[in-house]
Ligand binder design. Structure first.
Ligand code: MTE
Ligand code: HPA
Ligand code: MOS
Length: 753
């Protein structure tokens, strides 16, 4: 069991956009972006840049043949700024030259005269100025207003969570070249080839059939290329279309860090009410989402925040309001978890605060309120096949939580300057795009006459192993050796009208489509076999490339059968479409059944804090996770481990800092720190919940991409517990990331409450 890309990756022979063999006449592009966060463009002077030797063309808003509009959900984002700029890094023009250095030098020669306007970077400030992306949305269940008077304990607090840089290894980039008859072909590092196709067509004023987008693989996406890869594909296409030459645009790491959107920072207020025995009776929360300067995917992300605001718990009375605030930052975008982590962090903070007030361990409240079968979420769906209590109990038993806990207490009793903390973090994550129409996928499968198989789907390989999973599925349906299966690049001419590979549902949905397509061909092959073997009415099966009649092996093999089918003029190809059944969501009342199913799991996170330095280590992360019946245990374990470390990074060390003008200060990897192997948990134990087949996804599996990210939230509370063991200072809460600096300052800050 392996991921078939790994060998190529290790040898360096995998092709990313910048590795594609340069086509004849390739030109290189660089972009001019706004140096101001908000302002009016008074004048742009290209003269000096145009005169520079080797410059082939400069294109800006005025050169766009179609619409200067790349907005996905809302049409509020120009490809190139026209008369005003709304964030630092907003593209203004693209310069094309014979080589990259010339293009970059020419960009510096453009004179851009901007009249500065006041800028807003804070979500609450934007809200006060009524700068909203969409009207506020409220999800309700029960009646919070009439519940507060029944509560024994009520606590309120503010919670802040920071943004997060995706840091995919391959920066944003694209290569475009003209095709016969005035068309264009784009090679892009995108999670959404169809979006790149559609928006290129819109900007160039072409029918979609003249735009072909091809994606071999991404050096990581993590949501950062669900919406934001489009702009670079379109710019490249525009330049190539104009110059009738191939054009390549690859962002440098620093450009990518500066100009692309990130995970949304949220600022939230909660009020939670409980009975004296720890039952949560009411929860009211308001989320201020910092959307940045354009909508991008913010409305959909906010929707998922609202959906996941009660995490793994049943709360009978909920009022959750989401406010998407327009600021002068680069538009923030999808990032693993898609708003879910931000929502869950607030509730976990609320539970922590309530537990403090009640003088009990937060896990008492967590356990008491875990979901039971058929409990209702604020979005109207009832939880089914609910495994959260199984995961909880098994986590506590398997890893002997009580022992961990008593060891932590013993350690803290015998150490003055080092303190340990431990926290439990349950997760429940809904699988499906909350926009129901996106829950569709398709696959095109060909069986060639030598018995080899080619699979093309809408799924984008970005390191998550979806291609290997498609191979597993095809090999399993046909019962042939996996080496026979090749997964092709994702191409809009083979797979049309595709949804982004996102929402953790890439393998789920494209896997189903692949299964259906393979079964279509299998059915025809079995008919052929019955004829060949002159045994109609018997049970014919393929097992490990051999054909069996009523359980008896025959001389017929996979390859011979495929050839026989070909000579009998049997169709050896199939195109199949899959749409997730029985889901719907009414956005006017915020009720429905948006998710095909939920993913469950529970983690224990142990940390050790150096109370003199404020530094800390993540000792261990121990998890029981519901993978369903895993399609590929190696890949799924890798997904869980990677997501956990990324989630811990978000909560602890990853900090985006800006100056007063909105300029990102942490725009290098020496200033924006992400977990490395030294910071990674000393131990990550991921246990697969047994006997948990999922009837709602392909081969009883479950989606894995995003859910384990949220285990990382436990690291925050684990560290809080370690801090409290040193000094019970109410200054601590609830601001993430909990950097070393923040820990140190709050450990020694004056206490006031
Ligand atoms: N794993 C790797 N290695 N690289 C990635 O970019 N993206 C994550 C997750 N795992 C990502 C990853 C995100 S945000 C999603 S939505 C899923 O993979 C998408 O793939 P899937 O739907 O096939 O799980
Ligand atoms: N998840 C991820 N990506 C998305 C979603 C979603 O629910 N909706 C639109 N894009
Ligand atoms: Mo993932 S954030 O849905 O690309």
């Amino acid at each position: 069991m392996s991921n078939y890309d790994s060998t190529q990756h290790v040898k360096g022979s995998s092709l990313f956009v910048d590795d594609v063999t340069a086509p004849e006449g390739l030109l290189y592009a660089a972009i001019l972006t706004s140096p101001e966060a908000h302002g009016n463009i008074l004048n742009i002077d290209f003269t000096e840049a145009e005169k520079a030797e080797g410059v082939k063309g400069i294109f800006s808003a005025k050169d766009i043949p179609g619409d200067n509009q790349i907005g996905g959900i809302i049409l509020d984002e120009p490809l190139f700024a026209e008369d005003k700029v709304d964030f630092i890094g907003q593209p203004v023009a693209i310069v094309v030259a014979e080589n990259q250095l010339t293009a970059k030098e020419a960009v510096k020669k453009i004179k851009l005269n901007i009249e500065k306007l006041p800028a807003v970077f804070d979500a609450r400030e934007a809200f006060a100025k009524n700068e909203l992306i969409i009207p506020p949305r409220t999800f309700t269940l029960g009646d919070v207003e009439n519940t507060w008077n029944r509560c024994d304990i009520i606590v309120e607090h503010r919670v802040e969570s920071g943004g997060q840089e995706h840091l995919y290894l391959e920066t944003q980039g694209s290569l475009a070249h003209p095709t016969e008859g005035g068309g264009i072909k784009i090679i892009s590092s995108t999670q959404s080839p169809t979006a790149a196709q559609k928006i290129t067509a819109r900007v160039l004023g072409l029918p979609m059939h003249k735009v072909e987008v091809d994606v071999t693989r991404l050096g990581g996406g993590f949501g950062g290329k669900e919406d934001q890869a489009t702009a670079y594909a379109v710019m490249c296409a525009l330049a190539s279309f104009k110059l009738k030459r191939p054009v390549k645009l690859i962002l440098s790491r620093q450009e990518d860090l500066r100009i692309t959107g990130k995970r949304h920072p949220y600022s939230s207020d909660f009020k939670i009410g409980l009975s004296s025995d720890g039952k949560i009776l009411a929860y009211e929360v308001t989320f201020y989402q910092n959307a940045g300067a354009a909508a991008d995917l913010s409305p959909a992300i906010l929707e998922r925040t609202l959906c996941h605001c009660t995490n793994s718990y049943f709360i009978p009375n909920v009022k959750a309001t989401g406010i998407s605030c327009r600021t002068n930052l680069p538009p923030n975008t999808a990032f693993r978890g898609f708003g879910g982590p931000q929502g869950m962090f607030v509730l976990e903070s609320a539970i922590y605060r309530a537990a403090e007030k009640m003088g009990i361990d937060p896990s008492v409240i967590q356990e008491k309120n875990l979901l039971n079968e058929e409990d209702e979420f604020p979005y109207g769906q009832k939880v089914q096949n609910c495994n959260i209590r199984r995961c909880w109990n098994q986590t506590k038993d398997q890893f002997i939580y009580d022992e961990i806990k008593s060891k932590v207490v013993a350690f803290n009793n015998s150490n003055k300057l080092y303190k340990k903390g431990v926290a439990l973090m349950p997760i429940t994550f809904g699988i499906s795009f909350t926009s129901t129409f996106l829950n569709q996928a398709n696959a095109l499968v060909h069986v060639y006459t030598d018995g080899s198989v080619s699979v093309s789907t809408a799924a984008i390989e970005m390191g998550q192993g979806v291609n290997e999973k498609m191979r597993n599925i095809a090999a399993s349906v046909f019962s042939v050796n996996i080496d026979r299966i090749k997964v092709n690049s994702t191409n809009t001419s083979r797979n049309a009208n595709t949804s982004p590979t996102a929402a953790s549902s890439g393998a789920d949905m494209n896997g189903k489509a692949t299964e259906i397509a393979c079964n279509n061909i299998l059915e025809r092959l079995l008919e052929t076999a019955a004829k060949e073997l002159k045994s109609p009415g018997t049970s014919i099966k393929i097992l490990n490339e051999k054909i069996y009649v009523d359980g008896t092996e025959t001389d017929l093999t996979w390859t011979k059968l495929v050839q026989a089918a070909y000579f009998s003029r049997v169709n050896l190809s199939s195109h199949a479409h899959y749409s997730t059944p029985d889901i719907y969501f009414d956005k006017t009342i915020n009720k429905g059944k948006p998710f095909a199913y939920h993913v469950f799991g529970v983690s224990i996170i142990e940390t050790t804090l150096d109370c003199i330095r404020g530094t800390y280590e993540i000792d261990s992360v121990k998890v029981v996770h519901d993978f369903g019946k895993s399609l590929n245990q190696l890949i799924d374990r890798g997904q869980a481990e990677g997501a956990i470390v990324q989630g811990i990074g978000w909560m602890t060390m990853e900090e985006l800092l800006y100056n007063d003008d909105g300029k990102l200060l942490t725009d290098t990897l020496s200033t924006y720190k992400v977990p490395d192997i030294f910071f990674a948990p000393k131990e990550i134990l991921v246990h697969f919940l047994e006997d948990a087949p999922n009837p709602n996804a392909v081969f009883n599996s479950k989606a894995i991409g995003e859910p384990p990210f949220m285990y990382g939230i436990g690291s925050y509370f684990s560290l809080m517990n370690a801090m409290k063991a040193f000094r019970n200072n109410n200054h601590y809460k609830f601001i993430s990331p909990l950097t070393n600096e923040r820990v140190l300052v709050s450990l020694y800050a004056e206490t006031k409450e």
